[in-house]
Design a protein around this ligand. Structure first.
Ligand code: 5GP
Ligand code: SF4
Ligand code: MG
Length: 466
């Protein structure tokens, strides 16, 4: 998901709509905005579909007045997956003894089911099926008086990944979990006018300057143009999601001081060194494989070409929740540039292989178009484990790499060769010259390594075996 908030501007909701539009790649199912204005109090709007289809209409934006607003774009990883109800669309809102608060959450709470049971037993009335709603109920039960203090109390009970943008009547709040699994950055529009965003690309769109990341384990509170920083949690070594670098974030964003585009290009360079191939063309699987394909071409000297053309009017395939739609999506979205491919030995670069559906279809299309050979090069290690921290990977039994070796996957996909970047190669590409520190890894890489930095409590209860 994507989260965004701003305070200290006229018509803050318009800024939030622009920010969410720039974060649309993080979630396309639905979006919501909450604003506050001293005259009208809190107002909210939640809609299915793209930000641009709803939050551009004057008739809707007029209902969201005020200088303070937050928003969320949703990509379902928990709750009613594939069957999202409007009640699951964030931001969530709660009314407490000293005023209300709204929160927008990116990530996934790994002990949400245990918390939900406890809260329901204690009398909480849940409105949604979302894990994020627990935070509001935990806040309601806190004995603290101020909303930020209630929030700290609540979040100390929450396990898993959370990057949160929240607001009260007067405050804009940003928090990251102690490991900082999901991103969150602070921007400044002018003196004392701040914005919070999942990624820097959304600061660019509103002309805000990037100040710094909200640090893992940090809570920032902006009120009356003043920014305060709190450290509510025990300090831990951060474990940022390495897959944000590979796929999830936009290439024009800066993560951990590094350009995402440059990291992806470097992944391609590493791949070309680790797994060279003799071929005539290097082609990306658009758009997610593009920077890595550029790097692969530059390092190998094999010409880069657009062998597959993407229809720009389709969303991301993987994010459409049902399998049937996903299967259709690949054909609607990608087509082979036949004139280019015919008779050529082609290296195809993609970001990841999950179920193998995309790769299999693309291989068929490329061979249909008369390619002489197909070599897959993948910009992440084999995805062998599900993510429980906010990226929607399927159960283990659907993950190709959970039950097959690299050679078995190659045979299954029926391609001439298939190679994945190694975990160390990936770490080098994100700037860790010595690779992965196995005793204390610098990133979360659980979907590749099975090394889960936060115990997935709910999943283990349901029978998931580490
Ligand atoms: P597959 O077809 O192998 O199941 O999925 C791999 C494709 O899904 C890749 O092309 C990748 O770009 C895309 N994709 C979209 N969203 C995600 C995601 O959240 N995780 C992963 N691993 N791949 C995703
Ligand atoms: Fe990111 Fe993978 Fe960790 Fe999930 S399991 S947070 S996708 S690195
Ligand atoms: Mg892709």
């Amino acid at each position: 998901c994507g989260v965004f908030g701003v305070t200290g501007v006229a018509e803050a909701a318009n800024f939030v709509a622009l920010g969410l539009h720039a974060l649309q790649h993080r979630g396309q199912e639905a979006g919501g905005i909450v604003s506050h204005d001293p005259e009208h109090g809190f107002n909210s709007a939640r809609r299915f579909g793209y930000v641009r289809d709803h939050f551009t209409k004057a008739s809707l934006m007029e209902t969201l007045p005020g200088p303070l607003a937050i928003g969320h774009v949703r990509y379902s990883t928990s709750g009613s997956k594939g069957n999202t109800q409007l009640r699951d669309v964030q931001p969530f809102f709660g009314e407490f003894s000293l005023g209300g608060a709204a929160i927008a959450h990116n990530g996934n709470i790994t002990n949400a089911e245990a918390l939900r049971r406890e809260l329901i037993d204690a009398g909480s009335i849940f409105q949604s099926s979302s894990d994020s709603e627990c935070i509001i109920h935990l806040m309601a039960r806190s004995l603290q008086r101020k909303v930020p203090d209630r929030m700290m109390d609540a979040l100390r009970r929450v396990e898993g990944a959370f990057s949160i943008v929240a607001m009260t009547r007067t405050k804009l709040i940003g928090v990251r979990d102690p490991l900082g699994v999901r991103p969150l950055v602070l921007g400044r529009i002018s003196e004392g006018v701040y914005a919070l965003s999942s990624e820097t690309c959304a600061l660019d769109i509103i002309g805000a300057e990037f100040v710094r990341e909200v640090e893992p384990g940090e809570m920032v509170v902006v009120e009356n143009g003043e920014l305060q920083s709190h450290r509510p949690f025990r300090q831990e070594r951060p474990r940022f999601c390495i897959f944000e670098h590979v796929y999830f974030s936009r290439p024009d964003s800066i993560l951990g001081g590094r350009s995402v585009y440059e990291t992806r290009r470097q992944i391609g360079v590493e791949l070309a060194r680790e797994a060279p191939a003799e071929a005539d063309l290097v082609c990306p699987v658009p758009d997610s494989g593009t920077p890595a394909a550029i790097g692969f071409s530059q390092e190998s000297g094999i010409p880069y070409a657009m062998g597959i053309i993407r229809n720009q009017y389709m969303g991301r395939t993987f994010i459409e929740p049902t399998e049937q739609i996903r299967n259709m999506g690949v054909r609607l979205k990608l087509n082979v540039n036949r004139a280019l491919i015919r008779g050529k030995r082609v290296i195809l670069v993609d970001d990841s292989v999950v179920r193998g559906t995309t790769s299999r279809k693309i291989k068929e299309m490329i061979l249909d178009a008369g390619a002489a050979e197909v070599h897959f090069r993948i910009a992440s290690p084999p995805t062998a484990w599900p993510c429980f921290y906010g990226v929607d990977t399927p159960n283990r039994d659907k993950l190709l790499a959970a039950s097959m070796t690299e050679e078995e996957m190659r045979a299954h996909l029926q391609v001439d060769s298939l190679r994945f970047i190694t975990l160390n190669g990936l770490y080098r590409a994100v700037g860790e010259a010595d690779g992965r520190d196995a005793t204390c890894p610098q990133y979360c890489d659980a979907c590749f390594s099975g090394d889960y930095p936060v115990t997935p409590t709910d999943q283990i209860e349901k029978g998931f075996a580490l």
